[in-house]
Ligand binder design. Structure first.
Ligand code: PLP
Length: 398
């Protein structure tokens, strides 16, 4: 794309540091999680299912980690099942319960694909959401009464817009109409920021993923409380994880995840406060600097402290991301296209966001190591890039 020289000079001179604004996709590992992984790698190699001392050492490591995860999820030690991440935990919850319960699966229309796809493939039912990105309570009540599902899955916090679901009242609405229905919650995005042990205490199944809170990729967990005890394993073989997930455990990943989780919980209040300050500055100043920009969620909605999701009318977000990357600002499209179909994200569509606006939306997500300097850079670069794209568009149209 050709641009006026003043644009190029303007953008090029702005950059002194990079700004990583994609923590909801994955956040850097915490130093303490790297240390825990390295220490375990150099000292422990036994198979945790074995019988001898070296095997027992490895088992002790994952059992200590299991206690840390159980505490964070408000679960008992024996209720924690380690998995290869959030996707596997969600798949296990939905498909394992649908199979065990012999009924349909149901979920909100804004779930992550790790929940949505198994529900859709198993012929399940989607529950509409409102403009705040959370499930429509009366639709939920009606559909539960009609279908008596084996499992209902409602995410605690949404990965695109950051909306937070009141699980206590949703669970109450479900159980009044269908006492045997099991409730699953995907707490993958909530875990870094919210007290999942309290907010998800009414759910029977809770999924988390380590790489969202400073642990490594490829490891996660599912809490399986008593009401979901009949869950059917998907990976079968060695009988690990109390027959709920066969396969030798990822010892290094599990140990590292627990170290990240313990640190995250100890620091959460402080981190949240700091990150929310950065988020408010980023959001407020972008809204003020970019004509026509608006927040996808109402600013007073209950939402995560780290996500800014903006609609930028007249901006093609893919082009914006390219310009931002040139300035070392890394963000995500607010509406990802699935398999080249050029469909707006199912989340924004379910929230009733106009298709064109959905393609003009951006997600900027902060994390534990976000800094003032990164926000400064983003605030210098983003309004400038938006103006540049809009100018081009006007020229093209004219
Ligand atoms: N659920 C939510 C809400 C997510 O944001 C993600 C990842 O982005 C997942 C599930 C999948 O987790 P994983 O990447 O560990 O498979």
């Amino acid at each position: 794309m050709d641009s006026p020289a003043s644009d190029r000079v303007g953008l090029a001179t702005l950059v002194s540091v990079s700004a990583y604004l994609d923590h909801a996709a994955s956040t850097p590992m915490l130093p303490i999680a790297i240390e825990a992984m390295t220490a375990a790698a150099s000292q422990h190699f036994g198979n945790p299912s074995g019988a001898h001392r070296l095997a027992r050492d490895a088992r002790r490591l994952i059992d200590d980690a299991r206690q840390t995860v159980a505490d964070a999820l408000g679960a008992d030690l024996g209720e924690v099942v380690f998995t290869s991440g959030g996707t596997e935990a969600d798949n296990l919850a939905v498909l394992g319960m649908a199979e065990a319960g012999g009924g349909v699966a149901m979920c909100s229309a804004v779930e992550h694909h790790a929940v949505l796809d198994p529900v859709v493939r198993s012929g399940g039912v989607l529950v509409p959401v409102g403009a705040e990105g959370t499930v429509d309570r009366s639709a939920l009540a009606g559909l539960v009464k009609k279908h008596h599902p084996a499992v209902v899955s409602l995410m605690l916090a949404n990965n695109e817009v950051g909306s937070v679901t009141d699980l206590h009242s949703a669970c109450a609405a479900i159980r009044t109409r269908s006492p045997d229905t099991v409730v699953h919650t995907d707490a993958v995005q909530a875990m870094p920021w919210l007290a999942v042990d309290e907010l998800a205490s009414a759910a029977d199944l809770v999924a988390i993923s380590a790489h969202k809170f400073g642990g490594p990729k490829g490891v996660g967990a599912l809490a399986v409380r008593k009401a979901a005890a009949t869950i059917r394993a998907r990976a079968i073989g060695g009988g690990q994880e109390r027959e709920r997930r066969g396969g030798t455990q990822n010892v290094l990943g599990i140990v590292s995840m627990a170290a990240a989780l313990a640190h995250n919980r100890a620091e959460r209040e402080h981190t949240n406060h700091r990150v929310m300050g950065l988020r408010d500055r980023l959001e407020g100043e972008l809204l003020a600097a970019i004509p026509g920009a608006c927040s996808t969620l109402p600013l007073d909605a209950i939402r995560l402290p780290n996500i800014v999701h903006l609609c930028l009318p007249g901006v093609e977000v893919e082009a914006l991301l390219v310009l931002l990357e040139q300035e070392e600002v890394y963000a995500s499209a607010g509406s990802s296209c699935s398999s080249g179909a050029m469909e707006p994200s199912h989340v924004l569509a379910a929230m009733g966001i106009d298709r064109e606006l959905a393609f003009a939306s951006v997600r900027l997500s902060l994390g534990w190591c976000s800094t003032d300097e990164e926000i400064d850079l983003a605030l210098r670069v983003i309004p400038h890039a938006v103006a540049r794209l809009r100018n081009h568009r006007e020229r093209d149209v004219g």
